[in-house]
Write a protein that binds this ligand. Structure first.
Ligand code: MG
Length: 386
């Protein structure tokens, strides 16, 4: 007998006190069978909830759980206007839950359904921050003691609402001069520009960083100015990772085709879930571009657990950003991944291998209203990209 979708429920929770997580639970005509998926758009969580309850649930109830590709395509086109982050995240929640259900029905972990593992675990990188280069170096050493070999290094983090682009442009090469001097050549270093510089300043910074042998430089340019990438590539050998704001295949396809990036770094739920992400991984492989899925705490543990199955099955996997989660988050998400010696290992339970404890989730209601983290200005008051 065909198993069908009975209910589609968005669950909103904020167990780390900051990131508003959206997780979707798809319940089926089999009383005990359900799946979970990540739909986290932390800046607009209730808009995603509305998209699910008002539009996706009525569309999906009664449809077969095994029609993952068909349901993805029809959810995608049902709104006619498509590829926006609200609908993509809503679709992702359902899509990942359907993959979870498929694994549970098969009695296999998701990585088996994706073709099986081609590596034991996924190499991670962590975030080192400090007020000066010495503090950043100390933070890197702390991670090295835990077996981590890849570290993203930021002086002053992203804190504050004012950003002095000129001071920043001078400080970054000084930071990496110091880190290479102190830490030696072996540790793999990453830096995130967070698209805050003017295109000309980004080209200059990338050029200066050629000598520091970074693992990659992240988001040197915003999506609006990607036509500057060829000039940046002419002046720098630093590998480039880009794409966490992408929601439309037309944003990444030209970059892959022209080999203008080295790592594709989308937020998996923002492009619509596992179904489009595994296609993106496959097309990236054809162009020699590696994956580095976006993975701060605004990817829920469900989203992390799901993309971890892709990490271990995609031949062109590059690296996985890993934030580590506090115990309050682990309490809400039984099966939340944990890093060991610089690696993450996917669960071998059927499906994605993670759950949400709804009673625990209800103890952490989300905050309301607009996001403030994205409001950054230059010293003269000009609003800039975060
Ligand atoms: Mg980033």
């Amino acid at each position: 007998m065909t198993i069908t979708i009975r209910r589609v429920r968005p669950i909103l929770t904020m167990p780390d006190g900051f990131n508003r997580l959206v997780v979707v639970k798809v319940e089926t005509s089999e009383p005990e069978l359900y799946g979970v998926g990540c739909a986290t758009f932390t800046q607009r969580p209730t808009a995603v909830r509305t998209a699910i309850t008002d539009y996706l649930e009525p569309f999906l109830v009664g449809k077969p759980v095994n029609a993952i590709e068909d349901l993805w395509q029809t959810m995608y086109v049902n709104a006619y206007w498509r590829t926006g982050p609200i609908m993509n995240n809503a679709i992702s929640g359902v899509d990942q839950a359907l993959w979870d259900i498929l694994g549970k029905r098969a009695g296999l972990p998701l990585y088996e359904l994706l073709g099986g593992r081609c590596r034991g675990g996924a190499t991670i990188y962590r975030h080192a921050e400090g007020r000066d280069p010495a503090e950043v170096a100390d933070a890197v050493r702390g991670f090295q003691e835990q077996g981590v070999r890849h570290v993203r290094c930021q002086q002053n983090g992203y804190g504050g609402t004012t950003f002095d682009a000129q001071a920043y442009g001078r400080s970054v090469p000084r930071l990496f001069d110091y880190l290479r001097e102190e830490l030696g050549p072996e540790v793999e270093l990453i830096h995130d520009v967070h698209e805050r510089l003017s295109p000309a300043d980004a080209v200059t910074l990338a050029s200066r960083l050629s000598e520091h042998r970074l693992f990659y430089l992240e988001d040197p340019l915003p999506p609006e100015h990607l036509a500057w990438l060829p000039r940046l590539r002419q002046h720098s050998t630093v590998p480039i990772a880009l794409g966490e704001l992408f929601t439309n295949p037309q944003e990444w396809l030209p970059l892959l085709e022209r080999r203008e990036i080295d790592f594709i770094r989308v937020h998996v739920s923002a492009i619509g879930g596992l179904t489009p992400a595994r296609k993106l991984a496959a097309v990236s492989e054809a162009f020699g571009v590696r994956t580095a899925w976006h993975g701060p705490r605004d990817t829920s543990p469900v989203g992390h657990a799901a993309q971890l199955h892709l990490d271990v099955t995609a031949h062109n996997f590059g690296i996985q950003e890993w934030p580590g989660f506090p115990s309050t988050v682990e309490e809400v998400f039984p099966g939340c991944p944990r890093a060991e010696d610089g690696f993450l290992y996917p669960s071998s339970l059927p499906g994605i291998g993670i759950d949400i404890d709804e009673e625990a989730a209800a103890k952490f209601p989300i905050s309301e209203g607009p996001d403030h983290w994205t409001l950054v200005r230059l010293p003269d008051g000009t609003p800039i990209r975060p």
